[in-house]
Ligand binder design. Structure first.
Ligand SMILES: C[S@@+](CC[C@H](N)C(=O)[O-])C[C@H]1O[C@@H](n2cnc3c(N)ncnc32)[C@H](O)[C@@H]1O
Length: 196
């Protein structure tokens, strides 16, 4: 069902969705394993899509935690609204750029972990910097942020595709950035594990 929702949207707006299919369970687990979820109080997900990571996150989070998930695509947002009835989940049909504003509105000062599936390479330069600045400034000193990039690593700029060095970008905002490859995904992806 999630494929039937995901694929038509990916063809309709590839630059925003930045993927042809939802993440595999292997990629979702690799993204979530490094996060300190067992005792987390507030966790953020950027680009929830059709919930491939959201479901696993909810399975791992404590009963009293809050998961704040941003999804800019309205069809995906409504799909997620119907799919999840978990009271720990706050779904926002808002761009990840508004992270700071939304966290302040919800009374949240710090986050314990964040996970991003955003296609940073397809975004305008100021937009990706705003998102990373906001995430790094809200992340607890012991918090962890994970993000993935498909291994082809493309960037869309001035109407052309280039290779995009995401690790260099992440190092501008995080003191520690590690990378691992997940082959069992379509396409395979690098997972970046970052802390401040
Ligand atoms: C590569 S898909 C990943 C979806 C899902 N997390 C998964 O792993 O299957 C990226 C998602 O980010 C969303 N997205 C893109 N730009 C966004 C933004 N600025 N704010 C919030 N969501 C965004 C897209 O609509 C899409 O659902």
């Amino acid at each position: 069902m999630s494929l039937r929702t995901f694929v038509p949207e990916a063809f309709r707006d590839f630059r925003t969705i930045a993927a042809v299919a939802p993440s595999s369970g292997h990629l979702a687990r690799a993204m979530l394993k490094p996060l300190p979820l067992r005792r987390a109080s507030t966790v953020v997900e950027l680009g929830a899509g059709t919930g491939a990571m959201t479901q696993v996150l909810l399975n791992l989070l404590p009963d009293d935690a809050t998961l704040i998930a941003f999804e800019i695509n309205s069809r995906f947002f409504h799909y997620l609204k119907n799919k999840f009835s978990d009271p720990r989940l706050v779904l926002l049909n808002v761009s990840a750029e508004k992270l700071g504003r939304e966290l302040r509105r919800l009374g949240c000062k710090r986050i314990d972990a964040a996970v991003s599936s955003l296609g940073l390479g397809y975004m305008a330069e100021p937009q990706r910097h705003t998102i990373l600045r906001e995430i790094s400034s809200f992340l607890n000193h012991r918090g962890v942020f994970t993000h993935f990039q498909y291994i082809h690593g493309l960037q869309f700029s001035h109407g052309q595709l280039f290779r995009f060095n995401e690790i260099r970008l992440l190092r501008q905002y995080f003191g520690s950035v590690h990378r691992r490859v997940i082959w069992r995904n379509l396409p395979p992806a690098f997972v970046f594990i970052c802390s401040v």
